[in-house]
Unconditional design. Structure first.
Length: 89
């Protein structure tokens, strides 16, 4: 049996001076949404490269999102098995 499922991830950025903020949201098929925020700060001696700030901030937000998703999976496992779960990366 073949099942195809898609998840939707959005990442938005806000840039103020030397700071880039990223907000990531994962929308799951069951309607659940997970959200995470992170930032990157450019060193004063570094040249302005908006793309790099976005990449670093997004990576940090997505990393947090992945940790939150593992926590959710653990809770979902525990709800069915009634045994403490420890999903790991």
């Amino acid at each position: 049996m073949k099942t195809i499922v898609g998840w939707h991830v959005e990442v938005e950025f806000e840039e103020v001076d030397k700071r880039t903020r990223a907000a990531a949201m994962l929308r799951l098929p069951d309607g659940a949404e997970l959200r995470a925020k992170a930032h990157a700060t450019r060193h004063p001696d570094d040249p302005e490269q908006v793309k790099v700030g976005e990449e670093v901030a997004a990576a940090r937000a997505l990393n947090q999102l992945s940790r939150d998703l593992l926590d959710k999976a653990g809770h979902d496992i525990e709800a069915v098995t009634h045994v403490e779960a420890h999903p790991a990366m």
